[in-house]
Design a protein around this ligand. Structure first.
Ligand code: PRP
Length: 226
């Protein structure tokens, strides 16, 4: 690197990436590696560090609870985030969704025992258990025009119709095995889901060159042109 380039790198601000902890994190890191954005420091599984830096590239990565990723990005504490479409819809934050990464593909569905399909057909006032109350509300009220009672749960949503807490659930279905093993089925599909790249609205203007460069490379990778 020449002296002028080194000088520019010195003045460059860090681009900060927020990744959703869990299933998506490893896959999205792999994708960043494939476009030359690496973070060796992050591979040390025993580390308790929360934020990882690549000094040469002037980038930082951190892992956060999926639901918090849109918050970090909206406030500009992270310039770029990788998070599921489910979380983006549920959180409803002000940010730009710039790319579908095509990983973590699954569906948001209304599920329950087959017998519950009658309640849906006749728009009955039923109870809907879900980890995604905003998505469930939008689906039942705005798309189906069906009045329901929404009950927020934090996990193992499939239990709700089994123990009689709710008639149906709104939840993520990937392979469908959780439903099958509990005698439940998909009754209606709400929307398809996958991991998305989101960008802070001010960062996209201020760091336009660097960020659009990353988006362009990632897009080529997703489209299989690399
Ligand atoms: C998710 C989702 C379903 C399951 C779907 O739960 O809520 O329960 O995965 O996957 P499948 O169709 O391949 O069986 P997760 O494991 O994230 O845990 P949770 O119960 O805490 O929501």
């Amino acid at each position: 690197m020449g002296r002028a380039a080194a000088g520019r790198m010195g003045r460059m601000r860090y681009l900060t990436f927020a990744l959703a902890k869990g299933r998506l994190a490893a896959k999205s890191l792999e994708m960043f590696e494939q476009i030359g954005i690496t973070c060796e420091e992050m591979k040390d599984k025993s580390s308790r560090k929360l934020i990882f830096t690549n000094e040469e590239l002037k980038i930082r990565f951190f892992l956060a609870k999926a639901n918090d990723v849109p918050t970090y990005v909206e406030y500009g504490a992270a310039d770029i985030g990788i998070v599921g479409k489910d979380t983006i819809l549920e959180e409803g934050r002000n940010l730009y969704e710039v790319l579908d990464l095509g990983i973590g593909r699954c569906r948001m569905c209304v599920c329950g025992p087959e017998t519950a399909s009658e309640y849906l057909k006749h728009h009955e006032l039923i109870r809907v258990a879900t980890k995604y109350p905003a998505i469930a509300k939008d689906y039942f009220y705005n798309k189906k025009h069906q009045t329901v009672e929404i009950i927020k749960l934090n996990g193992s949503i499939e239990l709700a119709p089994i123990v009689g807490l709710a008639e149906v659930i709104v939840d993520i279905v990937e392979t469908g095995s959780t439903l099958r093993e509990n005698g439940l089925a998909v009754l209606e599909e709400v929307c398809p889901l996958s991991a998305r790249m989101v960008v802070n609205q001010v960062s996209l203007k201020r760091e336009n060159g660097r960020i659009t460069g990353i988006i362009r490379k990632m897009k080529r990778l997703v489209q299989g042109e690399d």
